[in-house]
Design a protein around this ligand. Structure first.
Ligand code: FES
Length: 569
C-alpha cells in the first residue's frame, strides 16, 4: 500500500530533499524516511490545562510503541483547552481546536494519528478534527486523578466543590475547611475523577471503539496508563497497514453503543452535544431524539458521583467500562469494530467485575431508567435535555412561577438579594447562556440556589436555561434549550411570574402563555448584541449551530478526507 507520507518523504527530487533535510536537524537518521508509516501524536499538553499536564510523558510512551512496531512517530501540539481557567468558556473554542487538528493532520505527512486528550473539550475537539480527515486514529485518554481525600473521606472533583460551596453559603461548612479541601481534591496528575464530562468522554471513546479496552478508567498516576499508551503506539502502526480508518469504526451502531454506555455510567449531559458533533463530522445520521429513544430503558449501573458515591479510581479497580458493557448484554451492538481490530463484543466477553457496589448488575441497578430525557414544548421546540439520574424525583413533574435572570451577570447580582421574590416552588430561568448568547454555552445551567432558599433547607429547585451543566453537577436542571434565547428562542421571551410546566415522564416543557402573547412579546423584544465582533468570535457567532445539532460550525459538518494538498515549494 502506498502511504500518504510518501508524497513528502518518498520524493527523490528537490522537494524530497527539503522535506527530509530539515527534519534531520532533530537527529533523525536516514532509515526513518524509508517508507515506514508516519504516525502523528496530536498532543493537547499545556500547563494551562492541568488535567493534561502529564501528556509529554504519555507521548514518550506512545513513541516507544510506534518505534517498536516499525513506525516513525512525530509529536505535534494543538491548542489545548483547560476547563478551569479559560474564559468565557472552553466550549467556545472546541470547534477552533477541531479545525487546528484537522488542518494539522491534512497539511502534514501523516499516515495515522494518536490523539492525546483528557480535559473535557479536548476529547471531542480531537475526535471531531480527526474524523474530518478520516485517517486511522486511536485515542489515548490521559486518565483520571486519584480519589480526592479530605479528613478521611473521599471527595470528588467538581461534585464536592459544588456541595462545599453550598455548605459554606448555608453556614454548614467553615471557610477554613473549604480552603483546606482545595489541596485535598486534586492530588495527582489526571482529569476530574468523578463521572464528569472528561470521564464520560473517555468512556465514550472506549464505547465508540476509538480507544483500547480500559482506556477510560486507568488512573493517570497508574503505571498501566503508560503501558496502554505504549500499546496504542504499537497498534496505530498496524492500523495504518490495515487501512483501519475512523469511518470503519465510527458507524451508527458504534454511536448507539456510546449513547447506551453514557446512560449506564450516569454520564454527563455534555456528551449529547459532543456525540452529535462527532457524528456530523464522520457522516453518521444521529439526532437529539436518538438520545431519548436509545437511552430510555438503559439502567444506570455505575455508582459514581455525581449520580452515585464512588470515584474513577474505584471504577478502575471494579473492572472499568468493559464490565459495564458486558453487563449491558443485548443493549450493545456486539459486532461493532474497535481500534484493536476486535469487535466490542470480543473485547468484553470475559470482562470481570470485582466490585458490585461500584459496577452494579443489570438485575440490581443503581437506578432503573437512566439516560438523558429530551424535552419538547413551546419553550424548546427543537429540544432541551435533563439528566433524570441527577435530578430530584419529586420535581420531575412540576408547575411553578418563573424567576427570570436575563443573563449571568443579572443572576449573580440578584441571586442572594434578600428581596428576591422566590420560594421552593419557583422555577429559575436563566437566559442568554447558549452557544451564541454567552458566547460558547458555559456550564452555568446548574445555577446555585439563593442563600435564603438553602438556609431554609431546600436542596433543589427546577432550573431552566440554554446553558450546559458541568458533568460533575446535579439537580433538576433543564439544559440546552433550543433555540437559545439569543437565537430568537421563546426562552428569551419568558417574564417574571409566567408559569412553567415540567413533565419529564411526558417529555414536556411548556410555558403557560398564549401564542398570541408570545408573538406580541416577540415584536417588542430587542435581542442582546454580542460583546465581541472580530476574529474567531465573529466566525463562531455567524456559523455556530444550535445545541440540538451539536453546536458545531455549520461549514465544518461533514468530512473532507486527508487528500494530499499541492506542494509547498
Ligand atoms: Fe479538566 Fe475537569 S477540569 S477534566
Amino acid at each position: 500500500m502506498k502511504l500518504r507520507s510518501s508524497a513528502w518523504f518518498g520524493l527523490p527530487d528537490r522537494d524530497g530533499f527539503i522535506h527530509r533535510s530539515w527534519m534531520k536537524n532533530q537527529g533523525l537518521p536516514d532509515h526513518l524516511f524509508d517508507g515506514r508509516p508516519v504516525i502523528g501524536i496530536c498532543n493537547t499538553w499545556s500547563e494551562l490545562t492541568p488535567c493534561n499536564a502529564h501528556f509529554r510523558r504519555l507521548a514518550e510512551y506512545v513513541k516507544r510503541g510506534v518505534y517498536e512496531a516499525g513506525g516513525f512517530p512525530l509529536e505535534f501540539p494543538v491548542m489545548s483547552l483547560g476547563e478551569t481557567l479559560m474564559r468565557p468558556t472552553t466550549m467556545l473554542f472546541r470547534n477552533l481546536v477541531s479545525m487546528d487538528v484537522e488542518e494539522s493532520i491534512r497539511a502534514n505527512p501523516l499516515d495515522g494519528v494518536v490523539l492525546l486528550a483528557g480535559c473535557d473539550k479536548t476529547t471531542p475537539a480531537l475526535l471531531m478534527g480527526a474524523a474530518s480527515c478520516d485517517l486511522p486514529a486511536i485515542m489515548v485518554s490521559g486518565g483520571p486523578m486519584l480519589n480526592g481525600k479530605f479528613r478521611g473521606q473521599d471527595i470528588g472533583s467538581g461534585t464536592d466543590v459544588w456541595r462545599f460551596s453550598e455548605d459554606v453559603r448555608s453556614g454548614a461548612m467553615k471557610m477554613c475547611e473549604f480552603q483546606e479541601a482545595e489541596s485535598c481534591m486534586s492530588r495527582s496528575a489526571g482529569h476530574c475523577m468523578t463521572m464528569g464530562t472528561a470521564s464520560t468522554m473517555a468512556c465514550v471513546v472506549e464505547a465508540l471503539g476509538m480507544g483500547l479496552p480500559m482506556n477510560a478508567a486507568i488512573p493517570a498516576a497508574d503505571s498501566r496508563r503508560y503501558a496502554l499508551a505504549h500499546m496504542a503506539g504499537q497498534r496505530i502502526v498496524e492500523m495504518v497497514h490495515e487501512d483501519l480508518k475512523m469511518s470503519k469504526i465510527l458507524t451508527r451502531p458504534a454511536f448507539e453503543n456510546a449513547i447506551r454506555a453514557v446512560a449506564a455510567i450516569g454520564g454527563s449531559t455534555n456528551a449529547v452535544i459532543h456525540l452529535l458533533a462527532i457524528a456530523g463530522r464522520i457522516g453518521v445520521d444521529l439526532s437529539l431524539q436518538d438520545w431519548d429513544v436509545l437511552g430510555r430503558d438503559v439502567p444506570c449501573l455505575v455508582n459514581l458521583m455525581p449520580s452515585g458515591r464512588y470515584l474513577m479510581e474505584d471504577f478502575y479497580y471494579a473492572g472499568g467500562l468493559p464490565a459495564v458493557i458486558r453487563e449491558l448484554g443485548s443493549l450493545i451492538h456486539h459486532d461493532a469494530l474497535t481500534v484493536n481490530g476486535k469487535t466490542i463484543g470480543e473485547n468484553v466477553r470475559e470482562a470481570p467485575c470485582y466490585d458490585r457496589e461500584v459496577v452494579k448488575s443489570s438485575a440490581e441497578p443503581l437506578k432503573r431508567n437512566s439516560g438523558i430525557a429530551v424535552l419538547r414544548g413551546n419553550l424548546c421546540p427543537d429540544g432541551a435535555v435533563i439528566k433524570p439520574s441527577a435530578a430530584t424525583p419529586e420535581l420531575m413533574k412540576h408547575r411553578g412561577r418563573a424567576v427570570v435572570f436575563e443573563n449571568i451577570e443579572d443572576f449573580y447580582a440578584r441571586v442572594d438579594d434578600p428581596g428576591l421574590d422566590i420560594d421552593s416552588n419557583c422555577v429559575m430561568v436563566l437566559k442568554n447562556c447558549g452557544p451564541r448568547g454567552y458566547p460558547g454555552m458555559p456550564e452555568v445551567g446548574n445555577m446555585p440556589l439563593p442563600s435564603r432558599i438553602l438556609q431554609a433547607g431546600v436542596k433543589d429547585i427546577v432550573r431552566i436555561s440554554d446553558a450546559r451543566m458541568s458533568g460533575t453537577a446535579y439537580g433538576t436542571v433543564v439544559l440546552h434549550v433550543s433555540p437559545e434565547a439569543a437565537a430568537g428562542g421563546v426562552l428569551g421571551l419568558v417574564r417574571r411570574g409566567d408559569v412553567i410546566e415540567l413533565d419529564v415522564a411526558a417529555r414536556r416543557l411548556h410555558l403557560d402563555v398564549t401564542d398570541s402573547e408570545i408573538e406580541r412579546r416577540r415584536q417588542e423584544h430587542k435581542p442582546p448584541q454580542p460583546a465581541f465582533r472580530r476574529g474567531y468570535y465573529q466566525l463562531y457567532y455567524d456559523h455556530v449551530l444550535q445545541a440540538d445539532r451539536g453546536a458545531d460550525l455549520d461549514f465544518l459538518v461533514g468530512r473532507s478526507g486527508a487528500g494530499v494538498p499541492r506542494e509547498c515549494h
